[in-house]
Design a protein around this ligand. Structure first.
Ligand code: KIV
Ligand code: NA
Length: 276
């Protein structure tokens, strides 16, 4: 297999080949999804909810991101590794945005970074790209804005919202991003943007017309015990697999079935006799 790069993103769109992206947050999962052939691994700030148990992504820090990026980059060989810039790590100034994006690259081994927002953050996006760090855009239902949206609400359903999202996508392409995540918007709007842009769109809850798709790995493996959004497809039911395995372990330890002979070490009796 060959290394997937930001150039491969553009080539895939030209060749009309869908781009596959999944999140991962640790070494073993990164290794599995990489070996299975995923093209891009996103170390998303969704780790705040999925791994750390926060109720939004707003609490995630740059240090959290670096910790998980390091583990993921060790596990991955061929996938492109993108790290999310967490809330407030890029909003204050272009200078701070470059510094924090640089930390994800230098300390976390990210090969690119993702920022939420459009026109309002374009000076930061440009500054990061000027520092030769590839940027993936992210617009639509951007979870770092939930306090402005009033919750996790589908975006782009009104004319003014749709117009804003289209403007954002064009301005991000002009700034030089290598792709844009479209999250939680109607399919027709995502299709329109996908046709309009030369760079690929990566959809999550944005329909089948996008140039690629991304899902949160824990969601698609069915590990989530709480709530499954409409746009998630469960390819496995690890939640039940894990719970049932743990129940069996408890039962077997309690009734002395585990460990059995095959999981047990032995030593010549004569060696221990002298110790009695
Ligand atoms: O944090 C994340 O996992 C994301 C993807 C869902 C796009 O931003
Ligand atoms: Na994110």
């Amino acid at each position: 297999e060959t290394k997937f790069t930001v150039k491969s993103f553009l080539e895939s769109k030209k060749k009309n080949q869908k781009i596959t992206v999944l999140t991962a947050y640790d070494y073993q999962m990164a290794k599995l999804v990489d070996e299975a052939g995923i093209e891009c691994i996103l170390v998303g700030d969704s780790l705040g909810m999925v791994v750390l148990g926060h109720d939004s992504t707003l609490q995630v820090t740059i240090d959290d991101m670096i910790y998980h990026l390091k583990a993921v980059s060790k596990g991955s060989k061929n996938a492109l590794i993108i790290g999310d810039m967490p809330f407030l790590s890029y909003h204050v100034s272009p200078k701070e945005a470059v510094k924090n994006a640089g930390r994800l690259v230098k300390e976390g081994f990210a090969q690119g970074v993702k920022l939420e927002g459009g026109v309002e953050i374009i000076d930061k996006v440009k500054a990061i790209i000027d520092a030769k760090i590839p940027v993936l855009g992210h617009i639509g239902l951007t979870p770092q804005s939930i306090n402005m949206f009033g919750g996790f609400k589908i975006q782009g359903t009104s004319k003014s919202q749709a117009e804003k999202i289209i403007k954002d996508s064009i301005s991000l392409e002009e700034a030089g991003v290598f792709g844009i995540v479209l999250e939680g918007i109607p399919k027709d709007l995502a299709d329109l943007i996908t046709r309009k842009l030369n760079i690929p769109t990566i959809g999550i809850g944005a329909g089948s017309g996008c140039d690629g798709q991304v899902l949160v790995i824990n969601d698609m493996l069915g590990m989530n015990t709480d709530f499954t959004p409409k746009f998630v497809k469960r390819y496995a039911n690890l939640k039940d697999d894990i719970k049932n395995s743990v129940r069996r372990y408890i039962e077997e330890v309690k009734n002395k079935e585990f460990p059995s002979e095959e999981h047990t070490f032995s030593v010549d009796n004569r060696i221990l006799e002298k110790l009695y």
